[in-house]
Design a protein around this ligand. Structure first.
Ligand SMILES: Cc1cc2nc3c(=O)[nH]c(=O)nc-3n(C[C@H](O)[C@H](O)[C@H](O)COP(=O)(O)OP(=O)(O)OC[C@H]3O[C@@H](n4cnc5c(N)ncnc54)[C@H](O)[C@@H]3O)c2cc1C
Length: 401
């Protein structure tokens, strides 16, 4: 069986590696001329490192990642700090795997090297898929360079603007959230020492929040912030803004936040869109994974981790149903759809929490944070994310939340 994956992002490469390890013949078609991720970091919680380690990537991941010692909340104006939870050795003790923060490009390179070790020419670059046609006995993919490929199975791992999703289910209808996100990566040596603790920090304020954490063994700081504003509605990862514009979005915020923003060379901005979770991801000989089928707001830090889990579970589903792709798709969706929908809704719910109007007044904020980030509530919101095990979830077609 020949499997064609459209999109060589984090999800597509994880799926390729998982399927190659199960003995399938796989090619990845990526539109970019070189395999390079835009500068930004991702947090990979224990449910994600569990998968990466199962793919044999433990040493390479740990050599380029930072390990978060914990998470904390800080108030936008006073800088008052609350511990959210401990990570570091506790993540390993509790879930068996570490919570890492990693540069997207580092993660990407580790995954690509894993794929190429098994099939050196599996990743085809400058291959933008423009159309897909299905027949009962296979599918044909057409590319912008005029080439076409016949294949048995198609996996659309082509991100939020997925062409494969459009071919299967028609155009989507995203709704603008009224929120713009900023991001940048900062060399650690530009920052004061007190900002370099290995803790993932979430500044919360009325109408906005900001997150920062270390990457690449502490050599870099990742900065992401969001703000409620309606004058920018371009959903792209590569549109540059300016430091001045970013600063202007956070008037009155703590000087630590301003120090971070001023240390970024080029901040990038994009509009956050909402898309309701899809009930069905597969049709005929094609399926979807990652942002192509469950794009999420980034407020649970699970988008890339979901794509990683999807890729691994897809590999297991095909291994369990080698002769029956329809059954493989059914098992894959059953193991993934309920969980990913719940994550998408949970991330949306965090928006009201992070930007709450009560945070304006430090006296009200104290009571609000103590109540909303109460230990039991935090456990309920986060524990189930980390305990899910993509390496052992049943492949029997029963829906898992
Ligand atoms: C502000 C922000 C912060 C985030 N933080 C986190 C975090 O901390 N933790 C986390 O887990 N997630 C995080 N995410 C989410 C995460 O980045 C995405 O969910 C993840 O990148 C999805 O992976 P993917 O492989 O599905 O899609 P992508 O990474 O978008 O990859 C899609 C690939 O397909 C290629 N492609 C697209 N169209 C075509 C085509 N027609 N033909 C060929 N190739 C094509 C693209 O070039 C790209 O390489 C964050 C997202 C945002 C916006």
């Amino acid at each position: 069986m020949h499997i064609s994956i459209i999109g060589g992002g984090i999800g597509g490469l994880t799926a390729a590696l998982a399927l190659l390890r199960q003995g399938f013949d796989v090619d990845v078609y990526e539109q970019a001329p070189e395999l390079r991720e835009v500068g930004a970091g991702v947090q990979v919680s224990a449910n994600g490192t569990r998968v990466l380690f199962a793919l044999g990537l433990e040493n390479e991941i740990m050599s380029v990642a930072s390990e978060a010692g914990g998470k904390e909340i800080r108030l936008w104006n006073t800088g008052q700090t609350w511990k959210l939870f401990d990570l570091g050795p506790l993540s390993v003790a509790r879930y068996g795997f570490p919570y890492v923060t990693i540069h997207r490009n580092d993660l990407h390179q580790v995954l690509a090297a894993g794929v190429r070790r098994i099939k050196p020419d599996a990743i085809k670059l400058s291959k933008r898929c423009v159309a897909m046609e299905q027949r009962p006995d296979g599918a044909t993919l057409a590319f912008a360079d005029g080439a076409s490929v016949r294949t048995d199975i198609v996996v659309g791992a082509d991100g939020v603007h997925s062409k494969i999703r459009e071919c299967l289910f028609g155009p989507d209808d995203p709704k603008f959230t009224g929120i713009v996100a900023w991001r940048g990566v900062i060399p650690a040596e530009r920052l004061p020492k007190h900002l370099l603790r290995p803790v993932a920090t979430n500044w919360i304020g009325p109408g906005g929040h900001a997150i920062h954490y270390l990457l690449r063994r502490g050599e870099l700081m990742n900065y992401v912030s969001v703000v409620e504003r309606s004058d920018w509605q371009v959903e792209s990862w590569s549109v540059a803004g300016t430091v001045e514009e970013c600063l202007a979005d956070y008037p009155g915020w703590h000087e630590d936040v301003h120090t971070l923003i001023k240390s970024i060379d080029t901040p990038y901005k994009w509009a956050l869109m909402l898309r309701p979770p899809m009930d069905v991801w597969s049709r005929g000989r094609a399926t979807l994974l990652g942002d192509a089928c469950h794009p999420t707001l980034p407020f649970l830090a699970q988008g890339a981790v979901m794509a990683i889990e999807d890729g691994f579970v897809l590999g297991r589903a095909f291994a369990a149903h080698r002769e029956d792709y329809a059954q493989a798709f059914a098992s894959y969706e059953a193991a993934r759809n309920g969980r990913t929908s719940k994550i998408v809704r949970g991330a949306e719910a965090n928006l009201g929490r992070f930007h709450n109007a009560a945070l304006k007044d430090p006296c009200l904020a104290e009571a609000y944070v103590t109540s909303e980030w109460d230990e039991a509530k935090v456990k309920e919101r986060y524990e189930w994310l980390c305990t899910y095990d993509a390496t052992s979830v049943a492949m029997d077609g029963k829906r898992v939340a």
